[in-house]
Write a protein that binds this ligand. Structure first.
Ligand SMILES: Nc1nc2c(c(=O)[nH]1)N[C@H]1C(S)=C(S)[C@@H](COP(=O)(O)OP(=O)(O)OC[C@H]3O[C@@H](n4cnc5c(=O)[nH]c(N)nc54)[C@H](O)[C@@H]3O)O[C@H]1N2
Ligand SMILES: Nc1nc2c(c(=O)[nH]1)N[C@H]1C(S)=C(S)[C@@H](COP(=O)(O)OP(=O)(O)OC[C@H]3O[C@@H](n4cnc5c(=O)[nH]c(N)nc54)[C@H](O)[C@@H]3O)O[C@H]1N2
Ligand code: SF4
Ligand SMILES: [Mo]
Length: 672
């Protein structure tokens, strides 16, 4: 390090499995560089390419960042604003909000948020304010992973207590079902997976980089996951791989699964899924041999029967009793609860009393179109880009009688509609905590830079707004120092922020966790509830079923729009160096599908659903099977430029959790 250079250790809090350790270096001339922390276990000195560019680009660029509160002077969506002081902005917001609540009640205020930052305080504290005023929440997970949570939490009693990646040394097989770590967990992919020594099986319609290097890639037709799972179960039974003792002692309802198995032979599953029968048998053999870890991704449950697909895939460890021992188990997302994180406390759950029912993201556009919603707050997300029913949503956001406040780092397409845009400080600019959703760890997010302009952390914005509204519940004014200290004490007695900052990341608990080692499950019965009325009441079927989607007709393709390498949802789409690489306007199909339609690579095509259409650039790719079109999610969108892929999605729902089924869209593609 050059003399006079200062380095501050911190953590990337974006929505990513990795939670990389970072160094923010400031040299003697004041020049700042953001890099990976060489001493960090996960990232080992490198950040992903997108963050490397963005954190040394648009993320710190005062010309790109919002530096002052803005008040709208133009029409909604036009993006014309004038700067105002924090005092003036907060006073007027408090006044407008006060009147709306008085006349129409707290439930006429809607707030939508997600994981712009996953920092524990910045990601949760604002909910205290909304709970206190009785506002209505747009259920955040419904745009992402709710079907999976709804399935696993009913089955196991929790969806956030997954295998501990530290136990990988004990695993003989790792099965990755519907996740793409090569893009969404790049360091986990490169180090944890590659160094595991395990047999790796990937279940995914796309031949992505993790699939390409796996020992076995089960390239199923999208929407046939449950059929594949049942085919695997049939093969496993034939191999004598069922753990009958475990099934009897620890589960309820397996008979409803077993009664379907005679029919779901590997040969049948091969016909339905498009995966070779031999590969299904090989995967079953490797899984049974084990010990096996099953990583259930978030991508594959975004389909019509996503909840059922999740329940079916999760039967593999259940039927084989590969739970509660090192090197076994399943992981969806690891919640911070096992590290002492109390999300109810962070988000002020106690303040909610009997709050109004949350709204699904799938119903957001329709909800906003009605005049009973009078005010909208958006923070930590960019709904104009990421949410479905895009055209209807943009129309609803244009309602002149809807009072909108948006808090972001940037003037996003969503912010263009706001009456007030409030500048958020970035995670580099304040202290907070990060709890990885893959590893059992807790990390310091340490202030490394001064905020851009007058930007403030989310939590400080809501403390000030609470003050402006004369709301005096102590939780609304609690300091970050107090929350950090309490959270760390719960994570590990005696752990201070100072010592965590020195280490960057701390493994919590110190010893690897073996979930369900005691064979007790936090369900009502204490067992794994494979089949139950609770699923029926939630809109699903009693037991998981070997159902599947038929292949698309000859003129349509199934559109998958998962994460790509270059964007973090819509974030960084406004960084020119990132946008150029992200190729957000490209749609990929197989050479056969292009040929069948007479489409030339590089040509402009119209992609349509009954909900809308979009002009994109066609590319031919060997990674995409016949019957499928691939586009990456969420290129940056300014409303005046029109639309992105979410204009094609009318807000399809999955079977459980009112959650997104964005990967079930059928599209037509024709030359323009
Ligand atoms: N680079 C990057 N990283 C990210 C994000 C990003 O936008 N960019 N987003 C973050 C967020 S918000 C999330 S939720 C996570 C998600 O990260 P992951 O859990 O990895 O999920 P996705 O990448 O959405 O989708 C994973 C895979 O699901 C596959 N898939 C689609 N349909 C089916 C199906 O019917 N069956 C099966 N078996 N597979 C299917 C897709 O082909 C894709 O390869 O990533 C996070 N990390
Ligand atoms: N077609 C299609 N659509 C999808 C998906 C898909 O797979 N396909 N994936 C879905 C999924 S999994 C998800 S999670 C959603 C994600 O959708 P969004 O939640 O909209 O995600 P981002 O686009 O990253 O928006 C995050 C915003 O938060 C801002 N931000 C960052 N840090 C802070 C902060 O500290 N404070 C504040 N106030 N703002 C901050 C960023 O600048 C950015 O504008 O998209 C969903 N949409
Ligand atoms: S987004 Fe993920 S891979 Fe990229 S720097 Fe952040 S934690 Fe690391
Ligand atoms: Mo997500």
């Amino acid at each position: 390090m050059k003399s006079g250079t200062q380095a501050i250790r911190t953590t990337c809090p974006r929505d990513c499995y990795d939670a990389c350790g970072m160094l923010v270096r400031t040299d003697a001339d004041g020049r700042v560089t953001v890099t990976g922390d060489p001493e960090h276990d996960v990232s080992r000195g490198a950040l992903c390419a997108k963050c490397s560019l963005a954190y040394n680009g648009v993320w710190r660029d005062p010309k790109a960042r919002l530096g002052h509160p803005l008040k709208r002077v133009g029409r909604k969506g036009e993006g014309v604003f004038q700067p105002v002081s924090w005092e003036a902005a907060l006073a007027e917001i408090a006044d407008r909000l006060g009147h709306i609540i008085e006349e129409h009640g707290g439930a006429s205020v809607l707030h939508t948020h997600y994981t712009g930052t996953c920092s524990l305080i910045a990601g949760n504290f604002p909910c205290r304010f909304f709970n206190a005023i009785g506002a209505r929440e747009v259920d955040p997970d419904t745009v992402c992973n709710k079907a999976g949570h709804a399935a696993l939490s009913r089955m196991f009693g929790t969806s956030t207590l997954g295998f501990d990646p530290r136990t990988v040394a004990d695993a003989g097989t790792i099965m990755i079902w519907g996740a793409n770590p090569s893009a969404t967990a790049p360091h986990v992919d490169r180090y944890w997976l590659d160094e595991s020594g395990a047999t790796v099986i990937v279940v995914d319609p796309i031949w992505h980089d993790t699939a390409a290097k796996a020992d076995l890639h089960l390239q199923l037709r999208p929407g046939t996951d449950a059929a594949l799972a049942f085919g695997l179960l049939n093969a496993i039974r034939e191999l004598g791989g069922f753990d009958r003792k475990f099934l009897t002692e620890c589960t309820e309802g397996f008979a409803s699964v077993e009664s379907q198995l005679d029919r779901t032979t590997p040969a049948w599953a091969a016909t339905v899924t498009g995966v070779a029968e031999d590969d299904i048998r090989a995967a079953a053999t490797a899984y049974v041999k084990g010990p096996s870890l099953l990583w259930l991704g978030q991508g594959f449950q975004r389909q019509r029967f996503g909840g059922n697909a999740m329940r079916a895939a999760a039967l593999l460890p259940v039927a084989t009793g590969q739970i509660g021992r090192p090197g076994t188990g399943l992981l969806y997302l690891n919640g911070g609860e096992s590290r002492g994180v109390d999300y109810g406390d962070l988000a002020g759950g106690d303040l909610a009393a009997d709050g109004p029912r949350p709204v699904s993201h799938m119903d957001l556009a329709a909800t906003l179109a009605k005049t009973d919603t009078r005010a909208l707050f958006t923070w930590n997300n960019n709904i104009a880009v990421s949410s479905p029913d895009q055209q209807a949503l943009l129309n609803a956001l244009a309602r002149e009688d809807l009072f909108q406040v948006t808090i972001d780092l940037f003037q996003t397409g969503t912010a263009d509609f706001a009456d007030f845009v409030l500048p958020a400080a970035s995670f580099l600019e304040f202290d907070d905590l990060v709890a990885s959703y893959f590893n059992y760890s807790i990390s310091a997010q340490a202030k490394a830079l001064e905020p851009v302009g007058e930007a403030l952390p989310n939590q400080e914005i809501f403390r000030r707004l609470a003050r402006a509204m004369r709301l005096d519940a102590p939780a609304l004014h609690e300091s970050d120092v107090s929350i950090i200290a309490r959270t760390l004490e719960a994570a590990e007695p005696g752990l201070t922020f100072e010592s965590l900052k020195a280490d960057g990341t701390r493994a919590v608990p110190r010893e690897p966790v073996i979930p369900f080692a005691d064979r007790k499950f936090p369900t009502r019965s204490g067992k794994i509830e494979i089949a139950s009325d609770r699923f029926v009441r939630a809109g699903g079927t009693f037991a998981p079923e070997a159902v599947y989607d038929d292949p698309p007709g000859s003129d349509t393709l199934r559109l998958l729009s998962p994460a790509g390498d270059w964007l973090m949802n819509s974030s960084y789409g406004n960084d020119p160096r990132v946008a150029e690489r992200a190729r957000g306007e490209t749609i990929y199909v197989s050479a056969e599908e292009a040929g069948r339609r007479g489409l030339a690579p590089g040509g402009r095509v119209r992609v349509s659903t009954p909900a809308g259409s979009l002009v994109m650039e066609l590319a031919v790719s060997g990674r995409v099977p016949d019957g499928v079109a691939l586009a990456y999610k969420s290129p940056w969108l300014k409303a005046k430029d029109g639309a992105n892929i979410n204009t094609l999605n009318p807000g399809l729902k999955s079977d459980l959790g009112q959650s997104t089924a964005v990967h079930s869209l059928l599209v037509t593609i024709e030359a323009v």
